[in-house]
Every structure is written in C-alpha cells, then in structure tokens.
Write a protein that binds this ligand. Structure first.
Ligand SMILES: [Mg+2]
Length: 245
C-alpha cells in the first residue's frame, strides 16, 4: 500500500460528490423524506407509512433522481407515469416528484450553503501532488454548482455528473457506466482506479465495474452494509487513509 492508503498500482481516483466531498448527503436525505412523506400522507391517508432511513439507503441514495423515485415507489407497489423532465413540481409523475425534491434541495442549499469535508479536500490535494489523476462522478445534476460553491472545480480532471450522463446517455449508479466513462476519459483502466463512495448503489457500481480498489465512506454508521456491497475498506473520513494530513 502507498502512503495514500491505496494499492501501489492505482493511478486515478474517482470521487462521488454528496457525502464524500460535501456534506450534502444529509440535505438530500432530508429533502427526499419531506417530499415522499407529503406524497404518501396524501395518498395513503390513515395507512400512511413514512419514508425511513433504510428506504433512503436501499432505494434512493446515489441513484439518478428519477431512478430514485421509481425504485422507492416500486418498493411500495406504486406505479406512476414517468412524465417528462420539465414536469412542474406538483405533477403526479416520476419527474414531477423528482423536481419537487430538487426544489427542496436547492432551497436548503441556498439557505444553508454547502460545506466541504476538509479531510477529503486535503486527501485530494495529496492525491494530485503524487501525480494521480482525479474525477468527480456524481448522479447529481447540481454537481457543478456545488463544486463552484466550495471552489473545488479545479480539483478534478474529469467531471461525470447527472448533466453529462444525460447528454452521453449513461445509465446511473448502481450501474458502473458513469465510473467507467470517467476512467476512460482519464485514460486509466478501471483496474488501476480507486472509487470513493458513501452510497450502497455506489459500492455496487464499484464492484460490478471491477475497479482496482473501492473505498466506502461511512458518515452515518452503515459500515457493515458498505462491506456487504463490496467495499475493500471502509473509513469514516478520508484522513484515515493517510496522506500528509
Ligand atoms: Mg453520495
């Protein structure tokens, strides 16, 4: 292992955004819950069963927005029409619900701002100082704005986010395609890339894409689940891996 805590042959690092670089995973989780609880309360009345933490971990976290809506609704036996990406937030469609959730996220980010994990920023600086290449790989369509808000756009050689994935027609996590595309754009084979992820869907992508090393980042106490989904190592903060910090 190197002093960065990675196998010797790793040449590039692929980082998820929400929950790995920025403290925005909690913002997303809260927005999903607010949106789904309002929807379910209206639909189920007296039989209302709220959206829970395990629903977020299993069906929503890490996936593209519309896939998150569909996967959770399917778990409750609910089938809504897809609608279209520009549906208004009150439309009773998959995209309508997704847009409602996105409005809540943007509102929270506007009010509270975005905070980065300092341990991650220092680790990325060390990785780059060692000559490794870096990519940000996020399902979020707001990735670029969030990176700009923390002045971190220049830390990544390649960005594959929700906007780029839609343009290039890449299926999102848990499929490995967004990570594989980042590796290809960096010119590094997957076996020589390390994936850094906090979502179970991201672990699945890391495993099925046969990446050289998969680092699970546990901010919420789901270490066992991250290992079960294919992590090679789980840390609470990237500072634990090493580097100069
Ligand atoms: Mg994440």
């Amino acid at each position: 292992m190197t002093e960065l805590g990675l196998p010797e042959d790793i040449q590039a690092c692929l980082f998820d955004l929400d929950g790995v670089v920025t403290r925005t995973a909690v913002v997303h989780a809260a927005a999903w819950k607010e949106m789904f609880d309002a929807f379910l309360r209206e639909r189920e009345g007296a039989h209302f069963r709220p959206f829970g933490d395990s629903d977020y971990d299993e069906y929503v976290d890490g996936r593209p927005r519309a896939d998150g809506v569909r996967t959770f609704l399917a778990s409750r036996g609910i089938d809504l029409p897809d609608g279209t990406a520009d549906d208004p937030p009150d439309a009773p469609t998959v995209h309508g619900l997704g847009n409602r959730k996105n409005d809540l996220v943007l509102e929270r980010i506007r009010t509270d701002g975005v905070e980065a994990y300092d341990g991650t920023l220092r680790y990325i600086a060390d990785v780059r100082a060692k000559g490794l290449r870096t990519a940000i790989v996020s399902s979020s369509a707001n990735c670029r704005d969030v990176l700009r808000a923390i002045d971190a756009e220049d830390l990544f050689d390649v960005r594959i986010d929700g906007v780029v994935a839609a343009e290039r027609k890449l299926p999102g996590k848990p499929r490995p395609d967004t990570f594989l595309t980042a590796a290809r754009d960096l010119g590094v084979e997957a076996a020589r890339c390390a994936v850094f992820e906090d979502a179970l869907a991201g672990m699945d992508a890391g495993r099925s894409g046969h990446f050289g090393y998969v680092v699970g980042v546990d901010r919420v106490g789901q270490t066992d689940a991250l290992y079960a989904h294919g992590a090679d190592v789980v840390v609470k903060d990237l500072a634990e891996l090493g580097g100069t910090q």
